[in-house]
Write a protein that binds this ligand. Structure first.
Ligand code: ADP
Length: 579
């Protein structure tokens, strides 16, 4: 018998081959991307297996929208594009909502979908899951690319990463037709075709005259205010942002996902005096926040009156990476264009020891309002009604987060969102993840899974019972990966509440009403997680403490008074008026 080891090398051995599957994986890994959120199926099943085989973390979901939401928030948390991998047409469409939401929120994400063969799709000859996915994705995200040849995979992935991360971050679609995966080429040539992206989010230094203009305006202010948005949280310029607030002594207001950039208990936080500071401020410095509907477009009553002369008397300074954001709603007197890290450090450099802090008439008036509102809130939180209401349940969550400031709070719903945002203080940056710019429902479990996977920290998801329904099946995913996620469902028997009636007197319940007394805790038990029904704050506290202590997947059904909610929470005014 011939000795195998001494067999001369064949041409086949010396020309090791690779293929589309491996080139996609190698291109992602080369760029430091180590996690894929997705759902296997034709034509990407083998890609998920091989990626796992090559050492990537592959987190499989039960629905692509949740995988997409996971990828989006992973992007926000890590400043690396989150990857969502889906099958063709229906899987792609399921992922697309998350991609569009990521783009709207300025989160870097790449949706990679397998697709049918171009020749058949373009002639509309009826392929399996036929759809012109690239054309559909294009208007709904920041950029969209298709790769037809294995040797172009490196370029395709590099372009997708750059598009997702540079400038204003956003969602990118990468279309990979089924045939691409099996294309083979020499491994050495394949390796050389890959690109390691250098400096994918280049710093953008603000112009010195723009910085001076902003500082001059800020210096002259009598009632200055800093508004921090989720762009500021994304930028990871935490120390400089804190220094800017503290050195200038200017009160600040965090938007929802910017809570915790400085602790909500900071003496310069104006959160508890929001309705006072917005109309009264004379100069407002926006850092990574847009004057969209969440800020009443910078106009009207919120900002000081119905009459344009009242709110137009305010001057805005806006720090943003996107020059076209400026003047989108009201005139911006001093735009500062650049990345937040560079802009804030440039402002800081111009703030010397002789910087005059804002007049005490302003800071004192804010402190007075804060004190009054905080005392009023403390009184409400101290009540112990039966059944629980949002306040008494959230008083518990508030204490748990205070004791575990490193925990990540995911939050969605209507009342469940509004009350949590105002009651639960955050202490560290990027710990509050929520419905964002769209006020989208359904992000809950996707965000929770990704937050646990990419940070390793405990996650608490406070969910309205309606909001939870959009992604509830992912409790199986949470159990499967044994993630330290504690879901708290504020269950008031329906959308906004459980008391609506069928106006026809018919047998169906009203459109907003769910099954009364539903036991969501039983859901997680089906998958081996811990389910708890909590009817009192004491029961809720015990269950949450235990969940944090054990790190076990837990779902707590917190029974809330079904009359406690209001329609659409705090945005009732957006409902068309009934005739
Ligand atoms: P919020 O909803 O919290 O007010 P928005 O999503 O409306 O926040 O605004 C975020 C803003 O931050 C966007 O206009 C975006 O262009 C900007 N942005 C995001 N990342 C950066 C960055 N690294 N540097 C500068 N601006 C950024």
């Amino acid at each position: 018998m011939q000795d195998q080891s001494s067999k001369p090398a064949t041409t086949e051995d010396s020309q090791k081959m690779t293929d589309g599957f491996h080139l996609v994986i190698d291109a992602l890994k080369l760029n430091g991307i180590d996690t894929i959120f997705g759902l296997p199926g034709i034509p990407i099943t083998d890609l998920t297996r091989m990626a796992q085989g090559e050492g990537m973390r592959v987190i499989s979901f039960r629905h692509e929208q949740n995988a997409g939401n996971a990828a989006a928030i992973a992007g926000f948390l890590t400043q690396k594009p989150g990857i969502c991998l889906t099958v063709s047409a229906p899987g792609f469409l399921n992922g697309l909502t998350a991609l569009t939401n990521a783009t709207t929120n300025c989160f870097p994400m790449i949706l990679i979908s397998g697709s049918s063969e171009r020749e058949i799709v373009d002639l509309q000859q009826g392929d399996y899951e036929e759809m012109d996915q690239l054309a559909i994705a294009k208007p709904l995200c920041k950029a969209a690319f298709r790769v037809l040849h294995a040797e172009d995979i490196g370029v395709g992935v590099a372009r997708a990463i750059r598009a997702a991360l540079s400038g204003r971050p956003g969602g990118v679609y990468l279309d990979l037709p089924a045939k691409l995966f099996a294309q083979s080429m020499e491994a050495e040539v394949g390796k050389k075709s890959l690109i390691k992206v250098v400096d994918p989010a280049p710093r953008q230094i603000p112009a010195p005259d723009a910085v001076k203009r902003a500082l001059d305006l800020l210096k002259g202010a009598k009632r200055p205010l800093i508004l921090l948005g989720k762009g500021a949280a994304y930028a990871q310029a935490d120390a400089d942002i804190r220094a800017l607030v503290e050195k200038t002594g200017i009160p600040y207001l965090p938007m929802s996902m910017a809570k915790g950039l400085l602790p909500d208990t900071h003496e310069l936080s104006a959160s508890a005096a929001r309705s006072y500071v917005l109309p009264e401020a004379d100069v407002v410095l926006l850092i990574g926040a847009r004057l969209n509907w969440l800020l009443s477009q910078g106009k009207g009553k919120t900002w000081g009156g119905k009459n344009p002369k009242d709110w137009a008397a305010k001057s805005f300074i806006q720090i943003d990476i996107s020059p076209t954001e400026i003047d989108s709603n009201v005139a911006i007197a001093a735009p500062v264009i650049g990345d937040i890290g560079s802009c804030v450090s440039a402002l800081l450099a111009g703030i010397g020891a002789n910087w005059a802090k804002p007049p005490v008439e302003w800071t004192g008036a804010i402190a007075e309002r804060k004190e009054k509102n905080i005392a009023k809130m403390a009184e409400t939180l101290a009540k112990d009604p039966s059944p629980m209401n949002f306040h008494s349940a959230l008083a518990v969550v508030r204490d748990i987060i205070k004791a575990n400031p490193e925990a990540i709070l995911v939050n969605e719903g209507a009342n469940a969102l509004d009350f949590t945002r105002s009651i639960v203080d955050m202490y560290q940056p990027r710990k509050r993840l929520d419905v964002g710019t769209w006020g989208i429902m359904g992000i809950g479990m996707g965000f929770a899974v990704a937050a646990a996977v990419v940070t390793g920290k405990p996650v608490i998801a406070v969910e309205g019972d309606s909001a939870f329904g959009f992604s509830g099946m992912e409790v199986e995913t949470i159990c499967r990966y044994k993630l330290p996620v504690c879901v708290v469902i504020l269950n008031n028997n329906g959308v906004y509440g459980g008391t609506d009636v069928n106006r026809s007197g018919g047998a169906d319940v009203a459109p907003t009403v769910f099954v009364k007394g539903a036991r969501y805790d039983k859901l997680i038990e089906a998958f081996g997680g811990v389910g708890v029904n909590a009817a009192t704050p004491a029961e809720l506290r015990r269950a949450m403490d235990e969940a944090i202590r054990s790190g076990k997947p837990t779902l707590i059904n917190a029974v809330i008074d079904e009359t406690a909610g209001t329609e659409s929470g705090r945005i009732t005014s957006l409902n068309p008026k009934k005739k």
